[in-house]
Design a protein around this ligand. Structure first.
Ligand SMILES: Cc1cc2nc3c(=O)[nH]c(=O)nc-3n(C[C@H](O)[C@H](O)[C@H](O)COP(=O)(O)OP(=O)(O)OC[C@H]3O[C@@H](n4cnc5c(N)ncnc54)[C@H](O)[C@@H]3O)c2cc1C
Length: 583
């Protein structure tokens, strides 16, 4: 598949371009303005947030509100809000750099993202001029805080099955129902609430906390992110003016699902930021704690964990920035000046739904593995609330649940990808399998090319053999997703490392080691998933042929990863942190 300079990269198309040939944005290419804002965010987090870590986690909501207002003064609540409505209207890359910093305190980061992302963006993309004028300047400054209320007790993953109702009476909407698990509910001034008009048209409404008939339940007692507010939102004949309908009657699914895509990109990026902090305190502890007369950092199995933490950061960041590069490119071709500006922007974001879900799934699972490695490295101290590893282990668990559980996201990745492979203008799955395999010179790119070929062979079989029915077998669908996620992660990391080498980046050698460790490990996982997926698909007799065919495809020799990991760990120990930073 060739791409000329005027064409945008299509969502999901990464599987069909020869390894390493698509354009890819990396954090190292961030512009000065973005870096200046990210630096301000870092100073804010280090100076204002982290010193108040304990108070925030004791659910001091007044403090969280004050801190959000301070973030507003710095401009970092308005990054994605148009200038005409009091924001900075900067690109998503800037939002991502800032989010990585915010993610260093999980509870505050949750409040921040619920406000700036799922709370505010529905109004940014779907609000009319009057609504934007009324709400956005106050949301940008932090004078008002926002929340997004979609989930109900009976409809979580099945989010569109909401029961909350809206009826138009005398120029007012009357809302009834109860929303569950709403972040920021304890202090939000503005709620974007989803309810069905006349029982069938899911729609979004802007509700203010002072409107009659809205109240909140008590705070949920949670496993982690204990400093973020999570409550039910209760609507009892809640009356709001007719002009608070957002985006039009029946537009609720469009708004809800579109905004969740943005949330998913961001969750991937915040997992990277949190991982950097975990690695930093784990390095410190492992350097100070001695056993058998040596610091923990001298032991190979501790080095393995430290190196793997850095690998996950590098890979997750490469994926996030790659996707955000495509997204910014697409958004740059839309304009707020057009009547359909908001809808056009949302459409541009939708294009990368597969990539958004992949970042969310990969990032949340990578951070959980990192938190687990941190607990293990701390030993008994990892199990104690006196030390930080225990907290991140609890805090990051939610990332696999909200913004769509990872199960739902895996089903979406496979479903959307296969759907895009159908039709005349679809992604060329059958043709890609038939095409001759050209292997690049670079050994890591070759690994990516071979892994892609294997994955495509099996996914194509799934498509031709079962069609959309393959999704009925959820385990098979999850394996298709795993293959896609592995390939995107592998290629993003390898390409970024190559770009760093080409640019003579100070940490190019480290980047190459990180990419290689990941690519080698990912290769094994791709092999395993491809074979297991083949087993789900092939009928008797065909399976043997297919597995033999997969095995016969050229496979590179395995590399000794312990040497690479030791080298990575040594660099981390010397630097005392993950050293690759755009800032
Ligand atoms: C701390 C916290 C903050 C939150 N903040 C918000 C917020 O601000 N706004 C908001 O609207 N919501 C929010 N949520 C809700 C959150 O989005 C939901 O909890 C989530 O979508 C899962 O829904 P559920 O809890 O009903 O789980 P369920 O949907 O009951 O799922 C339970 C399990 O079944 C699996 N499952 C469900 N359906 C399928 C299927 N079709 N195939 C395979 N597996 C399936 C799930 O993956 C999961 O493992 C928050 C939740 C929490 C815990």
């Amino acid at each position: 598949m060739a791409l000329d300079e005027t064409q945008l990269v299509r969502g999901g198309s990464f599987m069909f371009h020869p390894a390493g040939t698509l354009p890819q944005f990396t954090p190292e290419e961030s512009g000065e303005e973005a870096l200046a804002i990210a630096e301000a965010a870092r100073d804010f987090v280090n100076g204002e947030i982290l010193p108040r870590d304990e108070a925030i986690d004791h659910l001091d909501l007044e403090l969280t509100r004050d801190l959000l207002a301070k973030a507003g003064e710095l401009g970092i609540l308005g990054i994605e809000i148009p200038e005409a409505y009091g924001g900075l209207d900067l690109d998503k890359k800037t939002a991502l750099l800032v989010l990585e910093e915010m993610a260093k305190q999980a509870s505050f980061s949750t409040s921040y993202t619920a406000h700036t992302s799922i709370g505010t963006l529905p109004i940014v993309y779907f609000g009319n001029h009057e609504q934007k004028t009324k709400y956005l300047p106050k949301l940008a400054s932090g004078e008002w805080c926002a929340a997004y209320a979609l989930t109900e007790a009976g409809s979580g993953s099945d989010a569109l099955g909401a029961k909350a109702s809206a009826v138009l009476e005398d120029g007012h909407w009357v809302l009834n129902g109860t929303k569950a698990w709403i972040t920021n509910a304890g202090f939000a001034d503005v709620f974007v609430i989803f309810a069905k008009i006349n029982g069938s048209h899911l729609s979004a409404f802007i509700v203010e906390k002072t409107d009659p008939g809205i109240s909140t339940g008590s705070e949920e007692k949670k496993m982690g992110i204990k400093g973020s507010s999570t409550r039910a939102v209760i609507l009892e004949n809640c009356r709001i003016p007719e002009n608070r309908l957002l985006g039009g009657k029946g537009k609720g699914a469009r708004i809800a699902l579109g905004i969740l895509n943005v949330g998913r990109f961001k969750l991937g990026a915040s997992s990277v930021g949190a991982g950097k902090r975990v690695l930093e305190y784990t390095l410190k502890y492992a350097g100070e704690r001695t056993q058998f007369g040596k610091p923990l950092t001298a032991f190979g199995l501790v080095q393995q964990k430290l190196a793997n933490m850095a690998v996950r950061i590098f890979v997750g960041e490469s994926m996030s920035f790659r996707t955000i590069g495509y997204l910014d490119e697409a958004l740059a071709r839309t304009s707020w000046d057009s009547d359909t500006g908001g809808a056009d922007k949302m459409k541009a974001i939708d294009e990368y739904a597969v990539e958004a879900s992949m970042s969310k799934v990969w990032g949340s699972e990578a951070l959980f593995a990192t938190a687990d490695d941190a607990v293990q490295t701390f030993g008994g101290a990892g199990f104690s609330a006196e030390y930080p590893a225990e907290k991140i282990y609890r805090d990051c668990r939610i990332n696999r649940i909200f913004e769509g559980t990872n199960e739902i996201n895996r089903l979406l990745i496979a479903g959307t990808f296969l759907k895009r492979c159908g039709g005349t203008d679809g992604l060329p799955l059958a043709a890609a399998v038939a095409a001759p395999l050209n292997l690049p010179e670079d050994d890591l790119l070759r690994l990516v090319a071979l892994a892609k070929a294997r994955a495509l062979r099996v996914i194509a079989l799934a498509q031709s053999d079962r069609g959309p029915r393959i999704l009925d077998n959820q385990e098979a669908a999850a394996r298709i997703s795993n293959l896609l996620i592995e390939l995107y992660a592998m290629e993003s990391a390898v390409v970024r490392a190559r770009k760093m080498t080409a640019a003579g980046h100070r940490w190019a050698g480290l980047a190459r080691d990180l990419a290689e460790v990941h690519a080698q490990e990912a290769w094994n996982r791709v092999q395993a998933d491809a074979r297991m997926l083949a087993a789900e698909l092939a009928s008797d007799g065909v399976l043997d042929t297919l597995v033999a065919e997969l095995l016969a495809m050229h496979a590179p020799a395995p590399a000794a990863l312990s040497t690479l990991r030791q080298r990575i760990a040594q660099t981390l120990v010397d630097q005392g942190r993950y050293p690759i930073s755009a800032l």
